[in-house]
Design a protein around this ligand. Structure first.
Ligand code: B16
Ligand code: MG
Length: 219
């Protein structure tokens, strides 16, 4: 029986995925690497340092920087990202998300946040929805990035639930893999190709419907 939902943040609750893309694109251009939206799909859900490594590899520059230089590049990207997310307001909650979260609360189910982003608590504050979450997994406490299941397993544990009692909601390929490996029912938001492994898929968050999701998960 389903007793809780675990939500990804970027690309599911709000479109901060777009800000990550813009900040990475700017940084990549500075070091002569051109990235596009198609490549960006591979960065979604992947933590900061691993995202940088993927960009460097994509530009054949994986051996061009020292660890210290890489750390500085990651800081530069994050500073840009922080500037972009200052402007987030409750109006930036994606369509359908408040309705879904309200239904979850009405049914007395638990709710947790399983975002790889170290900036997630700040964004929840900006969106005005921090208090809706029973738990927020701190990615700094994890040893492995999505697609490893660690973050979703930790989320279930903090909620006091078995993984099989949880539904995970994601927009990233790495995130869906993480949910599935954790042994949870996965809800994917996105196109058919990137969400091909999701147990249940919607094209956009506006189509997220509590009753349909629960029916698909077999309650
Ligand atoms: P930060 P999610 C992920 O968040 C993003 O999808 C990914 O693009 C980003 O690199 C990662 O968080 C780390 O974010 O640099 O803010 O710590 O999708 O898991 O909510
Ligand atoms: Mg995401």
């Amino acid at each position: 029986m389903i007793k809780g939902f675990l939500f990804d943040l970027d690309g599911v609750i709000t479109d901060s995925a777009e800000y990550h893309y813009r900040a990475w694109k700017k940084l990549a251009e500075k070091i002569d690497i051109k990235i596009d939206r198609e490549f960006n799909e591979q960065l979604k859900g992947v933590d900061r340092m691993n995202s940088l490594e993927r960009i460097l590899k994509y530009g054949n520059k994986e051996n061009d920087f020292t660890e210290q230089e890489k750390a500085a590049l990651a800081v530069e990207k994050n500073d840009d990202y922080l500037t972009l997310i200052q402007l987030i307001t409750p109006e930036d909650i994606l369509p359908g998300i408040m309705e879904l979260m309200n239904k979850i609360k009405e049914h007395d189910l638990k709710m947790g946040l399983t975002s790889a982003s170290k900036n997630a608590p700040f964004i929840l504050e900006k969106l005005g929805i921090s208090e809706m979450f029973d738990i927020v997994v701190d990615p700094a406490t994890l040893s492995k990035s999505k697609p490893d299941p660690e973050i979703f397993l930790k989320g279930a544990q903090l909620l006091g639930l078995e993984p099989s009692q949880c539904i995970g909601v994601e927009d990233a390929e790495a995130g869906i893999e993480s949910i599935r490996k954790a042994g949870m029912f996965s809800v994917g938001v996105g196109d058919e190709v990137s969400m091909r492994d999701a147990d249940y898929r919607v094209e956009t968050t506006a189509q997220l419907d509590f009753d349909k999701i629960m029916a698909a998960a077999g309650k």
